[in-house]
Design a protein around this ligand. Structure first.
Ligand code: FES
Ligand code: FES
Length: 141
């Protein structure tokens, strides 16, 4: 059947054995949560990173994706990519690299875009949290 043949083996592997599924405590000051949706299809991806505040390295990452197989595979693959990377390195991950690794067909490119957006959103959330937590050097300091 056309349906099974249109999916590459790597997509199927990540879809059937997704890595790093789950949640981190979003109230933890060192956790950044990204929540993004794909307007085209309504799929939603939540991706969370645990950051070591000293080194800025992503020490843990979890995701939950409510969506198609390609979106689940993209998020699973991206969790493997970002673990052990710095925030700046994680921001450089492009959806085209994800799509290439998983051999996604053109109609599924937006699924990998969701994974890139989710990482960016998680890093942004982490950074905005840290800014709020910075001590202010007022007269009372
Ligand atoms: Fe996203 Fe099918 S369109 S699950
Ligand atoms: Fe929309 Fe895959 S079909 S995320």
């Amino acid at each position: 059947p056309v349906g099974t043949r249109s999916y590459h083996a790597k997509v199927i592997d990540h879809y059937e054995n997704p890595r790093n599924v789950g949640s981190l405590n979003k109230n933890d000051a060192n956790v950044g949560t990204g929540l993004v949706g794909a307007p085209a299809c309504g799929d939603v991806m939540r991706l969370q990173i645990q950051v070591d505040p000293e080194t800025g390295v992503i020490s843990d990452v979890k995701f939950k994706t409510f969506g198609c197989g390609s979106a689940i595979a993209s998020s699973s693959y991206v969790t493997e990519l970002v673990k052990g990377k710095t925030l700046d390195e994680a921001l450089k991950i492009k959806n085209t690299a994800i799509a290439k690794e998983l051999s996604l067909p053109p109609v599924k490119l937006h699924c990998s875009m969701l994974a890139e957006d989710a990482i960016k959103s998680a890093v942004k959330d982490y950074r905005s949290k840290r800014q709020v937590k910075q001590p202010t050097l007022g007269p009372e300091a």
